[in-house]
Design a protein around this ligand. Sequence first.
Ligand code: FES
Ligand SMILES: [Fe+2]
Length: 462
Amino acid sequence: MNLTETQQAADPDFLTKMGDDLKRGLLPLRVFNNQQVYDAELRRIFARSWVFIGHESEIPNPGDYAMRTIGEDPFIFVRGRDGVIRVLLNSCRHRGAQVCRTEMGNAAGFTCPFHGWSYRNTGELEAVPAKKDGYRQLDITQWGLFAAPKVESYCGLVFANLDPEAASLDDYLGSYKWYLDIQLKLSEGGMEVIGEPHRWMVDANWKQGAENFCGDSSHTQMTHRSVIDVGIVDKAAAGAPNKKFGLHVHDCNGFAISIRQLDEGKSVFWEYPPDVISHFSADRLSEAQYQLAKRSIVHNGTVFPNFSFLHFGLTDSLEKPAAGYLSIRVWQPRGPGKTEIWNWIMAPKEASDEYKRRAYQVGMSSFGPSGSFEQDDVAVWPGVARSASTVFAEINNVKLNYQMGMGDMGDSTPIANWEGPGVAVQSNAGEGGLRTFHKTWFARMVPQDKTASAGSSDAPEE
Ligand code: FES
Ligand SMILES: [Fe+2]
């Protein structure tokens, strides 16, 4: 799909001209709360990217379903009676009412509450009331629920794409799979979702959380200081940027990841206990991936546009040992200044039920809706959306500073013998991952051939 000249002509000036800003590590503040930008994002980004829907383990049986969204559009994530997972538009083909009205469950089909058209859990129309009297010629094979044209999964993570011409999910993830595999393939059974996703509203733009998880390593010492002070987490995991522990990877197929790690040879595996680690092996990973996992304290990253993950080990009590878990989340757009955060907690499938309960507790107490870390972040982010909507920002085209670690600002020399993909830097005093996120965003919002390019280099132009 190409953007029409009319669409582009309607774009605000600051958007079409921001390629040069990005090259200098600057970002117009207004992108964090602007109706025109937001409307374009729903069409140019959410309707054309691979968007995370859910994990296969959430709907293991035929008929299992859960309500999900792509952008703001409502979909049903459902495993049909044929075992196939589909992502169906939750809109009746008769007059558009929502056919599924409960968050999740198991059903043979969905009957519309308006006039009673009923659909199988495969999306096919099964019956319409008064067919003999009112719909004698209706070909019910033509009136099934609309479905997302592309649905594919990676290690159990199901994504959908509304663009029928989109490249495969495998191509979309590309070299970034090297890092995803470290989170998902350590044990033979992979990772499993524990419980339902928690969700909550924040007065912030969806990009706020998405960019944060790309490697905003300098906010933890400030935003999360109270958690460090009480000793729930140590400074290596959440303290100030530190070359010894911090590793950033940016420009990896348009994505980024931030890693905190101990020295080579040390074993920590995000604080999973020995009985869980006993299920880990290098069988499904390269030696370099396995060794990196072994010495890792924290991994966090974002698959553009709004799927993020956090692999971490923490405790909720000084009397109890830390427990590792994987949090996956989506930043659901709900307006230019509103985001609904969805958060799933995962643990290795082979872990005991007791450990999974513990991982869930620790995950919820740190990054759940009332979690110690989560509360810190969502206290700060709404301020950005507020500033972004000011008349002052509009009149002055206020730009934000994303220059940390850029070019000669810091130690941005890539690690020469890095075995993974992307540009790896042995420092987390930088915002290269955030710049990667916004370069990817810009490339999708404004086609490069029509405007100044944001470029692929992370070196400043001036
Ligand atoms: S809108 Fe669904 S049956 Fe009429
Ligand atoms: Fe944070």
